[in-house]
Design a protein around this ligand. Structure first.
Ligand code: FMN
Length: 180
């Protein structure tokens, strides 16, 4: 399939059936995250695989905009490792910038995992958790923060889907310098 078409056929899913992702596929998804690029190759992330039903329900519950979600049997919590700025400040002028970079890195890894899942015909959805609650549920230590949940599974038949829209190219692409 043409790569652009492949990208366009991915969509966020929030209503899953009970299908579990195989260990092999889960491993491939995690490998895709592991091989993602990162600022100064700091790899400022941990990926927590969560399969415990109660924990999944609590995690999804702490995402403010997820009241409509029917959670999957597994998810990956992406945890940002803020200690990357202690170890290396080479690629950022200050700690604040370093942390922004680290967030971008986690986003990159998350997208790699979502696209790997899509290639394996596994559906994904993104949810932004309340980091204080999620960190507690996942026993995340200090200087780390749960930044994203990647829901993984199979979309339930007849599930509600948000309309897939995008801004026009004209609205987002500039030539040479920023213009409105
Ligand atoms: C970093 C990130 C965080 C997101 N957080 C949420 C969220 O908290 N709740 C939600 O309903 N969707 C969330 N989404 C999904 C977006 O709403 C979705 O990607 C967007 O509407 C475009 O739809 P598509 O993924 O189907 O192309 C998030 C997406 C990203 C990339």
């Amino acid at each position: 399939m043409d790569f652009l078409r492949f990208l366009k056929t991915r969509h966020s899913v929030y209503d899953f059936d009970k299908t579990r992702v195989s260990v092999r596929d889960l491993r491939r998804i995690l490998e895709a995250g592991r091989w993602s690029p990162s600022c100064h190759n700091t790899q400022p992330w941990k990926f927590i695989v969560v399969k415990d039903r109660k924990r999944i329900l609590r995690l999804v519950d702490c995402c403010t905009s997820a009241a409509f979600a029917i959670p999957p049997p597994q998810l990956i919590a992406v945890v940002l490792d803020k200690t990357c700025v202690d170890i290396s400040n080479v690629c950022a002028p200050n700690v604040e910038h370093g942390l922004l970079d680290a967030h971008v890195c986690c986003g990159t890894a998350a997208m790699s995992m979502a696209l790997m899942a899509h290639a394996l015909r596994i559906d994904t959805g993104f949810l932004t958790p309340n980091p204080v609650i999620a960190d507690k549920l996942l026993e995340v230590p200090k200087k780390r923060k749960t930044v994203l949940l990647i829901l993984l599974g199979k979309e339930r038949k007849g599930a509600f889907r948000k309309p897939k829209t995008r801004k026009s190219m004209k609205d987002i692409v500039c030539k040479e310098r920023y213009h409105a």
